[in-house]
Design a protein around this ligand. Structure first.
Ligand SMILES: Nc1ncnc2c1ncn2[C@@H]1O[C@H](COP(=O)(O)OP(=O)(O)OP(=O)(O)O)[C@@H](O)[C@H]1O
Length: 291
């Protein structure tokens, strides 16, 4: 179990931002931090990994104290068993993709796991290349593979799949879920993708201005949300396709085709030809039938 109670003053988008979190995460959970840009999600992960100092707080992981500011305990980042994938990947530039994985692996028995990850993340063709020569998506997949090879206690994923196309994203989500279960990881994901959150996580914390304003299962948090947002367009449904556990609805808005990820509950009464409202909720387009 992770007991995470921290305070940190940050420079928020609108002045001082007081990050103030008190979260308990059960071992084996896969939880998501969700919220607008600048809400403090990345900072929370960085404090947990020991890469950012909290002003005050206490972090206890499986009974071991990682941080206790009142007793001046602050475990070094390298001693915290954390695997992380941040937006900047942090790969070793002088090592090839394969060497990056080998370097991160904890023991020699990991050879078959490396081979498995290379195959699943589709890194075969680029395994002998260095990070600078890879595309953003390839670097992201490599960074994700590397974090898993480290066999961490806690896996921290800061929008790890954001740069990938939908097919690769769905494939890696499935694999991530499998890896999370197989290695009994506790995973904290930052994601704006509601489909991804539904698929992967069992609990969601919604952050606003550094504080948790809502928490629950993905269904509790995202169901029955009132439509609000920066854009709202009417369109016609052209196609509804099943992609793994979510649906992709193609909507014609004026002369543009827009693809919207939807849950089974959202497409239940939806048919090709229906007029729908496509609106933004946080960063995600969502869809609602009008007639
Ligand atoms: N070391 C720091 N000191 C002070 N303020 C910081 C520091 N690092 C980040 N911030 C600020 O804290 C705020 C929260 O940043 P953070 O990256 O945690 O947000 P986020 O919710 O992850 O956003 P995004 O979704 O855009 O990644 C931002 O306004 C950022 O500029």
């Amino acid at each position: 179990m992770i007991a995470f109670q921290v305070r940190k003053s940050l420079e928020g988008p609108n002045g001082l931002l007081n990050l103030d979190l008190n979260i308990q995460i059960e071992a084996g959970d896969l939880v998501t931090l969700y919220g607008a840009s600048g809400a403090g999600k990345t900072s929370a992960l960085r404090i947990l990994a020991g890469l950012m100092k909290a002003n005050s707080g206490r972090i206890v992981v499986d009974g071991s104290i990682w941080l206790d500011t009142s007793n001046k305990i602050d475990m070094k980042p390298q001693e915290r068993q954390v695997g992380f994938v941040f937006q900047d990947y942090a790969l070793f530039p002088h090592l090839t993709a394969l060497q990056n994985l080998e370097f991160a692996s904890t023991d020699s028995t990991n050879k078959s796991q490396i081979a498995e990850l290379v195959e699943i993340m589709e890194l075969e063709k680029i395994q002998n290349r260095k990070p600078a020569t890879l595309s953003g998506g390839q670097r992201q997949r490599l960074a994700l593979a590397r974090s898993i090879v480290q066999r961490p206690k806690i896996l921290l994923l800061d929008e790890p799949l954001a740069a990938l196309d939908i097919t690769m994203r769905l494939k890696i989500q499935t694999y991530l879920k499998k890896v999370h279960e197989r290695y009994n990881l506790t995973t904290i994901l930052v994601s704006h993708d509601i489909g991804e959150i539904h698929k992967l996580s069992n609990r969601v914390y919604v952050l606003e201005e550094g504080k948790v304003v809502k928490q629950g299962t993905p269904t509790e948090v995202f169901f029955n949300q009132k439509l609000s947002g920066k854009f709202k367009f009417k369109g016609n449904v052209l196609k509804i396709e099943k992609e793994d556990v979510v649906y992709v609805v193609t909507v014609l808005i004026h002369n543009e085709m827009v693809k919207v990820i939807a849950q089974e509950s959202e497409i239940k009464n939806l048919n090709v030809g229906d007029v729908v409202l496509v609106a933004s909720k946080a960063f995600n387009p969502i869809i609602q039938k009008i007639k």
